[in-house]
Design a protein around this ligand. Structure first.
Ligand code: NAP
Length: 162
């Protein structure tokens, strides 16, 4: 099963200058909790934006560059959409972790979306794809407005299998 995990703001912004536009430590903790021990799939740009290979996770990095290589047992480089779509049939949950291009390609195939909805309107250069929330059942909606950045943890489950 494929799931998406993403932090998006009111304008669907997810990134700026190949970085996250905000720092929300609770969001990073949730990301770690949900993805530790799992397979995470990402575009080459998101992979290069990580501070390092994330511990206890298998990384799948998609790129068109057939010479792209990364010498680490926990990193696999793939080149085709089908190399990612095969994880739809996995019993275990496999996470698409971004960025914008990869979310847009795989959103239709993801059964669950773990979103951190950042309640801000700041600009950016990378966006989450627009989607119809009516296609999803809301299984978690927890608002956090104690810090200076307000956000909600929103978990959505696709209503219909594709
Ligand atoms: N807010 C969040 O939750 C979140 C999460 C992740 C990332 N981000 C942000 O998103 C931004 C990066 O996103 P992005 O859209 O620029 O890049 P991206 O989706 O991370 O990576 C795009 C790259 O992935 C490769 N790729 C994608 N689809 C492919 C396909 N079908 N076949 C082969 N290769 C494919 C290509 O690599 P090549 O160019 O090598 O061919 C493409 O240039 C950063 O700002 C990052 O911080 C935000």
């Amino acid at each position: 099963m494929l799931s998406i995990i993403a932090a998006i703001n009111e304008n669907y912004v997810i990134g700026k200058d190949n970085k996250l536009p905000w720092h929300i430590s609770e969001d990073l903790k949730r990301f770690k909790k949900l993805t530790t021990g799992k397979t995470i799939i990402m575009g080459r740009k998101t992979f290069e934006s990580l501070p390092s290979v994330l511990p206890n996770r298998k990384h799948i990095v998609i790129t068109n560059n057939i010479n792209y290589n990364y010498d680490n047992d926990n990193v696999e480089v793939v080149h085709r959409i089908n190399d990612v779509l095969k994880y739809k049939n996995c019993e275990d949950e496999v996470f698409i972790i971004g960025g914008g291009k990869v979310y847009a390609e795989f959103l239709p195939y993801c059964e669950k979306l773990y979103l951190t909805k950042v309640h801000s309107n700041q600009g950016g250069d990378t966006f989450f794809p627009k989607f119809d929330i009516n296609n999803y059942e809301i299984i978690e909606n927890e608002k956090n407005d104690s810090g200076n950045i307000k956000y909600s943890f929103l978990t959505l489950k696709l209503k219909y299998h594709i």
